[in-house]
Ligand binder design. Sequence first.
Ligand code: NI
Length: 256
Amino acid sequence: MQFIDTHAHLYDKAFDEDREEVIKRYREEGGAELICVSFDMDSIPKAIDLAEKYDFIYASVGVHPHDAADVPENYLQVLADYAQHPKVVAMGEMGLDYYRDLSPRAVQQKVFVEQLNLAKDIKKPFIIHDRDAHGDLLGILRREGIGEAGGVMHCFSGSWEMARECMNMGLYISLAGPVTFKNARQAKEVAVKIALDSLLLETDCPYLAPEPKRGKRNEPGYVKYVAQCVAELKGMAPEDLTAATSVNAKKLFNLK
Ligand code: NI
C-alpha cells in the first residue's frame, strides 16, 4: 500500500528526539510524498528546511487562525516570498477556529481572507483549518470563491451536507485520525458518501492519532490506519483507496 500524508507538522518538537526515524518509518510503511504544513511565521522556515533535506517532502506556508493576531504587518509579502520556493506547493494552514478562539474572530476572518486571496492570486492551492466555524467559513468561501488552484478542507469535521457543498465547489475533503474514533458518526458518514475523486488522507501529526494509537503521539506512517478505516467504510481495498487518494494529492499539489 502506497499513501501520501497531506498534512504533517514534522518540525514539531514532539519529533525532536527521533525525527529521522519517524520519516524512515513513514517510507518503510508505504509513505510516498508528504506535505509538511506550517502554521505560523516561525514554523515556515522549519517546514522548508525539511522539504530541502528530503526530496519527497514538500512544504506549505501560512498562518493558523490561532496566530492571526500576531502576524507582522508585512506578513502577506513574507508569505508570497516564501511561496516562490520550488518545494512550496501550497498555502496554509489558514482558516477559522472558534473552538479555542485564540485570536479575535474578526482578526481570524481578515487574516484568512487575505491569505485565501493571496493563494488565488499566485495560483497555489490552499489548506483550510475549520473548527466550530463552519457557517462563517462557508460564507467566506462562497463570497470569495476558490480560484483556479483550489484547496482542501483539512481534518474535515463538518456534516455531510457541508462536505457536499465543499465538494461541489471543487474543494477536496481530507480525513484524519478522528474518522477512526468510535463515536465519529459525522466523519464516518462523510467517509462513506464522499466521492473518491474528492478525498485526501492525512495525519495532522503529532496531534490526533488514529485508532489503535489514539492518545499517543501521531506520526505520518499512521495514515495507514486512517486509510484502512476509510476503505472499510467505503467497502473497498485499502490499496485501491490510497492509490486514488494519492492521485488526488498529486493533482491538487502539483507533485511531480
Ligand atoms: Ni494542522
